[in-house]
Design a protein around this ligand. Sequence first.
Ligand code: DLL
Length: 433
Amino acid sequence: MERYYQKDIECADREQIRAWQSEKLVRQVQHVWNDVPYYREKMKAAGVTPDDIRSVDDLHKLPFLSKADLRDSYPYGLLGCDLKKCVRIQSTSGTTGRRVVAFYTQHDIDLWEDCCARAITAAGGTDEDVCQVSYGYGLFTGGPGLNGGSHKVGCLTIPTSSGNTQRQIMFIRDLNTTILCCTPSYAAYLGESMKEMGLTPDQIPLKAGIFGAEAWSEEMRQDIQNTLGIKAYDIYGLTELSGPGVAFECSAQKGMHINEDHFIPEIIDPDTGEVLPEGSQGELVFTSLDKEAYPLIRYRTRDICTLTYEKCSCGRTHVRMGKPRGRSDDMLIIRGVNVFPSQIETVLLNNGYPANYQIIVDRVNNTDTLDIHVEMTPEMFTDQLGEVSRRQKELAEGMKSMLGIKANITLVSPKSIERSEGKAVRVIDRRKI
Ligand code: DLL
């Protein structure tokens, strides 16, 4: 049963998709004008009224919303309906400043879970599957979103939440879990733990994984797929727009289809705000089309990626986003050079190291320093100093050619870098600027 492969919507032609988007956009803009004074003021300041918005072609006239707007209007300033109609909040995992609190009506939750159900279906999930949801449950959207999607698909759902690795593995083996949902870093850790227990991929019942909530490289995908013997699918989303399921990968594994019946994406130049042509790399901006409680227009995600409208071999026509290469605010500027953690990860995985590393940036005598601590695998572990220093030098050269700046590499013993059960913390920036 594939109730959530909604072919009439997911494979509609472009003209049809634009017609739906235009109709919904007009309605959504009227909704925020009437019900969200904060955004109405922004529209007035930009000299736009709902009458100016007749189709998707007018989208660029509308003002952007940024994370700062969300924080300034905390907690109720962007609420689009009577609080009485809301049935849930979720909140971001942000570590600095005020949290973002997103509100949901029952209708909003239904649509969100539909999006997650599409993602599970695209990963091959049906009501025959056992789906273990090892994303955190609670304020974080990962657990609740995929839990709801899994129910809709009709999978037997195991709500383990994150953590307690031995118990995760016990459920996978005893209940024959076929689909695993968690962050890619936790999937890698589960794989490593199962390997240590002597389990080979054919002894692990999993067939697919739905991994997201943080940036991960193609190399990391290969690693996870090989250790667990699965196909690993990417999934994207953010609390402000509902949670996971804004976009998801299909069997082609070539970019994530954005649920265009619910969201309009744009790519802009993060410095000027100018909308960029197809294929350009820039900041991803979303307009939600159906949300009642927390409708966001032209919300700047700060995620950097590209969009492609090229035909996908799976038959879906919804636009695909490339893997975000980190957030614009994840980007480190070291000695004036832009460095993304994902570039560092690519060098490590290409050289046979696991994705267990920590990036430490500091400023000594007014000069930025970049130190990368990298775990060795048990196979490469040695106490011969000459061999360790040869490896460090080799890796430093690889980093120099990828990043264009010098990095100090320290190889550390296996398992010495703390593992994460949710989003991994890779960067420690000690600079006081
Ligand atoms: O991370 C929602 C989510 C849960 C997505 C489970 C996928 C799976 P937030 O905590 O609000 O929500 O963080 C959103 O995480 O703006 C991206 O920077 C990053 N992110 C999410 N998915 C991906 C992905 C959830 N597949 C922020 N690849 C987003 C890269 C991702 N980064």
